[in-house]
Design a protein around this ligand. Structure first.
Ligand code: AMP
Length: 113
């Protein structure tokens, strides 16, 4: 079995995190290196490596995560926000456990860097 990712260790409480939401399928916690006044990571508890490695059976989970992203953003008081998922090292992915960045609390420019 592959080594546990950092995020699986957070799910299992082996590494501390500032958790803002949790249920049986997902966990949301503040990013340790925030890029905006609000920067939260939303992850599935099931360890999918990245979006492009999700399988058709993951469809309900992915839809669930999108709904939760909106709910968590609202809970954090965000009126506008951005969802980002870096897929692969060249896109900036550093933790290979699917996650969605929820960013807000300041104007966000476009295109992103
Ligand atoms: P990515 O670069 O898209 O894979 O995103 C990984 C994110 O995890 C980065 O924004 C990191 O700042 C964040 N991160 C790394 N370690 C931790 C940690 N222990 N707790 C919370 N966030 C973390």
């Amino acid at each position: 079995m592959a080594d546990k990712t950092l995020f699986s260790k957070i799910i299992d409480r082996e590494i501390p995190a500032n958790i803002v939401y949790e249920d049986e399928l997902c966990l949301a916690f503040h990013d340790i290196n925030p890029q905006a006044p609000v920067h939260v990571l939303l992850i599935p508890k099931r360890p999918i490596v990245k979006l492009s490695e999700a399988a058709s059976g993951d469809q309900p989970l992915l839809g669930y995560l999108m709904l939760k992203a909106g709910e968590v953003a609202k809970k954090l008081g965000l009126k506008s926000f951005r969802i980002v998922s870096n897929d692969g090292a060249d896109a900036g992915q550093t933790v290979f456990h699917l996650h969605f960045h929820i960013l807000g609390g300041r104007p966000l420019s476009w295109p992103p860097g």
